[in-house]
Design a protein around this ligand. Structure first.
Ligand code: SF4
Length: 216
């Protein structure tokens, strides 16, 4: 798949999912990113709301007891580790960045609990910068489409997708592919038979998943 085909595929999906490039509060998005690792959105969002309801700034969160954070974010995955990381992240924000979330990747990944994906998430969702956070959905779909090699590492996938797509599409690619990965390009048994970007994709060359519709 080349740049043009990838852009066409993302544009076709954008019409279906009607995603808009919006930005939110940087601290809230940072907290969301740390909580969301290996946790479903349906668990992450309520936990984030409970926590931010008690502490909506790095100063307040840094002064909370770890055990209180644990109670608020449970049952988020690895909630004990994440509670410690959140406090450490808040200390770093205050000590190194005057209590503000930095808007560049180098500084973001120096914060405890923040890896490449969370940093990209903050940059695009908080600051409207053209990054593509690569989670399992995005990486799987990029591989199936043939935009990146099979088993490509998320960091490399991000780099490649960001060079292939124009800025306006980079801002919405994560949102679109996460939704598309949940309802159509699923990890197991992708619904190629109803896929709107089938003609661009390199995954189902023999028509096995497309023909599932015919065999139904
Ligand atoms: S054709 Fe199948 S594998 Fe390719 S993007 Fe669509 S659902 Fe995914």
């Amino acid at each position: 798949m080349d740049k043009k085909q990838l852009s066409k595929a993302i544009k076709a999906l954008a019409k279906i999912y009607k995603v808009r490039a919006e930005t939110g509060d940087p601290f809230e998005i940072l907290v969301h990113g740390i909580l969301s690792t290996r946790t479903k959105d349906t668990t992450t969002f309520p936990a984030q709301k409970r926590l931010l309801g008690k502490a909506d700034s790095p100063y307040k969160m840094m002064h909370m007891k770890t055990s209180d954070i644990e109670k608020l974010i449970y049952p988020v995955g690895f909630y004990k580790t994440k509670s410690k990381l959140l406090k450490e992240a808040c200390s770093v924000l205050i000590e190194k960045f005057h209590g503000k979330v930095p808007r560049n990747k180098k500084d973001l990944i120096s914060i405890p609990g923040v890896g490449n994906k969370v940093a990209a998430l903050v940059l695009v969702w908080a600051f409207g910068l053209p990054y593509i956070p690569v989670d399992t959905h995005v990486n799987r779909i990029a591989q199936r489409l043939g935009a990146v090699k099979p088993k490509e590492k998320p960091e490399k996938t991000e780099e490649i997708l960001e060079t292939m797509l124009p800025k306006n599409l980079r801002l919405i690619t994560n949102h679109i592919l996460v939704q598309f990965g949940r309802d159509t390009c699923k990890p197991i048994a992708p619904k190629c038979y109803r896929c709107p970007i089938y003609s661009y994709c390199e995954y189902d060359k023999k028509g096995y998943y497309r023909n599932k519709l015919i065999s139904k």
